[in-house]
Design a protein around this ligand. Sequence first.
Ligand code: 5GP
Ligand code: ZN
Length: 114
Amino acid sequence: MPDCLFCKIADGTIPATLVHQDDEVVAFEDLNPQAPLHVLVIPRRHVPTMNELGAEHDQVMGRLYRVAAAIAGRRGVAASGWRAVMNANRDAGQTVFHVHLHVLGGRQLGWPPG
Ligand code: 5GP
Ligand code: ZN
């Protein structure tokens, strides 16, 4: 996907502060953090929104959560609490159309979300 911001971060064309990378998944600090911990975890493979997920994505989507939990553990919020959230399309506020799991923690998070 030549014009996808997160594909470019995944392949190193656009810089980001990476916190994890492997064959399938990349994680990096959000540019505009909403909490002391705000990392985005993405599949390397381009998928625009959750609406386009197929069975072929099942494994990598599970992996996003395991990477998120490992980051939460490393950053010291596993016990205090953290949140993983993925937005889809306009009403959820999605602005980058490459699926990404927001990993948020380090402060009391409001519920229900806005
Ligand atoms: P969304 O609103 O699509 O769920 O989340 C997109 C997220 O990407 C936002 O939290 C935003 O701050 C972050 N973001 C947008 N552009 C960049 C960028 O160039 N670099 C990084 N690291 N994060 C970005
Ligand atoms: Zn992409």
